[in-house]
Design a binder for this molecule. Structure first.
Ligand SMILES: [Ca+2]
Length: 545
């Protein structure tokens, strides 16, 4: 079946991908079409055998029915310039929502949002930690091109040392700037992490007309901070200063000691208040609202009613701060309560849209910036936070980067959809550019608007997704169709070997088959050599480049 080639060469060609009997990829390309089709992933001789059976005829009919868009939505033209709300969770694992299989934590609003819209099962954050993921979402670049590729800290924890992270540079093209150009009012309520009020990273310099929230993401380790920021001005809150990373002594800790990590103004609730005010103020114009909640990132802090929601139902021991962040009397109940709190905020936003009559003219998206955490008293094993995926936050295994993605737009996105389209957050800029008739400029993204609109036949497929992360030894990952290559220890070993996983057969990345598919690895290595440009910070470099 032709030469073995699993090529990412051009998205302007259709590549018909077959698998030969030995399982190696074989493709046929046509420049007449503009997308890549995976015809099958089974050995070619078996396809012809199967075609001669009555079962195949039935299969074909069912497949045609399933791939046809629901008639009520088939040719629906989306309203021009709909409002857009992008809600971003922080460290929410792939398996922590009911609609993604969570059994303990209750998330009724997000589950309903998924029932009313579309749920992606193979969506990726750009990176396994906060700042680079946010940068890639905002700029449409993958980790090999992104200006920010790590949590590069410029200050410390106390208020006096609040300096934020590596700021976005002047002149970089961002998603909010694109939408601002399209006539949108643009607002940010949440955790920014890409610069401070007094440097080149202020949100006001990158396309936001309005912002409120945390600028320095380290301050968001505390949900009862002394202050937040609004349009480059400091906003004092009714919370006393305290050291959130101060551990307690298990032998002497009292109830009052645990209470010392609780203040008056819970920052995530204020984010929702400001978000609602922004929506109401701009209800008559198209608006873009970016809502990066700092939940459920630790510290484990949530108003008492949300702890009570679970307390007594979950077996648990106090957390004394031994793995960083605030101590917590009921860590499992608090963690579950934080996710339920986040879910309630989504409920508030959706209710406001309905009350204002904006439901049918607003695209609401929800995702997470990376996988669930291992720190601060979070028990991901107990909650099965990764739904069986390997690794967690800071890993380029699936648990670190595969995240929930839900989109809801009544009347335009057909309800109850699930898609396995392989996509990343660096696609969002291209998607919203297409939606609003703008150019995204040069990004690494591919618009997934056709998938949102149930026009899968028009969906361009990613030839590959690229990830790198210089921490935890230095990691690199490339996803190519069902395959994923992973390399580790790249801070010290330029010849670190590839691991290879077939994610459809082995979603938990348990069976390294690198030795069996040299042609696939050769192709992944070819991508590696082309998909990256040097970082502007030495700390983010990897060996072998
Ligand atoms: Ca995060």
């Amino acid at each position: 079946m032709g030469t073995q080639r699993y090529s990412p060469r051009s998205k302007k060609q259709t590549e018909f991908v077959f698998f030969t009997k030995n399982g190696k990829g074989a493709t046929w390309s046509s420049p007449l079409f503009h997308r890549r089709l995976y015809l099958c992933r089974i050995p070619v001789p078996y396809i012809f055998m199967a075609m001669s059976t009555p079962f195949f005829t039935h299969f074909l009919l069912i497949a045609l029915l399933l791939t046809s868009p629901p008639s009520a939505f088939a040719q629906r033209t989306p309203p021009q310039r709909p409002n857009i709300i992008y809600i971003y969770a922080d460290d929410l694992g792939y398996g922590e929502l009911g609609c993604y299989g969570q059994k303990v934590i209750r998330t009724p609003h997000l589950d309903q949002m998924a029932r009313e819209g579309i749920r992606f099962t193979q969506h990726y954050s750009g990176a396994p930690v906060c700042a680079p993921s946010r940068c890639m979402l905002m700029t449409g670049k993958h980790a090999g091109h992104s200006y920010i590729r790590g949590n590069y800290e410029l200050g410390g924890f106390p208020d006096s040392l609040e300096r934020g992270q590596m700021p976005l540079p002047e002149g970089i093209y961002t998603l909010p700037a694109l939408l601002q150009k399209a006539g949108y009012r643009t607002g940010l309520c949440g955790k920014w992490g890409l610069g401070m009020h007094d440097n080149s990273g202020s949100p006001l310099l990158h396309g936001f007309d309005y912002y409120f929230g945390y600028l320095d993401q380290k301050q968001a380790h505390n949900f009862y901070p002394t202050h937040l920021w609004e349009n480059d001005q400091l906003v004092p809150l009714r919370n006393p200063p305290f050291e959130v990373h101060r551990p307690l002594n298990p032998a002497t800790a009292t109830e009052a000691d645990f209470q010392s990590f609780i203040g008056t103004d819970y920052a995530p609730a204020l984010l929702t208040e400001k978000a609602v005010a922004f929506i109401k103020k701009n209800k008559d114009k198209p608006f873009f609202l970016y809502l990066p909640y700092p939940l459920p990132h630790v510290s484990l802090q949530v108003p008492a009613p949300y702890v009570d929601h679970y307390r007594g139902q979950l077996e648990e021991q106090p957390y004394y701060g031994q793995a960083g962040y605030a101590s917590c009397r009921y860590p499992r109940s608090t963690y579950a309560g934080m996710i339920s709190f986040l879910d309630d905020q989504v409920g508030v936003i959706l209710r406001v849209l309905q009350e204002l009559g904006l439901d049918n003219n607003t695209l609401v998206c929800f995702s997470s910036d990376n996988g669930a955490s291992f720190a601060g008293g979070v028990d991901t094993r107990f909650f099965e936070s990764m739904a069986g995926l390997r690794g967690h936050k800071m890993d380029l295994y699936e648990g670190g980067i595969r995240v929930p993605f839900i989109a809801r737009w009544p009347g335009t996105i057909p309800p109850g959809q699930t898609t396995a389209h392989i996509s990343a957050q660096y696609d969002v800029m291209a998607t919203l550019a297409e939606l609003t008739g703008q150019s995204a400029g040069k990004t690494d993204g591919i618009s997934f608007l056709p998938t949102l609109l149930a026009r899968a036949q028009g969906q361009t497929i990613h030839p590959f997704l690229y990830f790198e992360f210089s921490e935890k030894g230095g990691q690199l990952a490339i996803r190519m169709g069902p395959w994923k290559g992973v390399r580790s220890q790249l801070k010290t070993q330029s010849d670190a070997p590839w691991e290879l996983y077939h994610l459809e057969k082995d979603p938990s990345e348990a069976h390294n088959v690198a030795g069996e598919y040299p042609a696939i690895l050769e192709e992944i290595e070819r991508i590696r050599k082309q998909a990256r440009q040097k970082a502007h910070v030495l700390d983010w470099e990897l060996k072998g480049y």
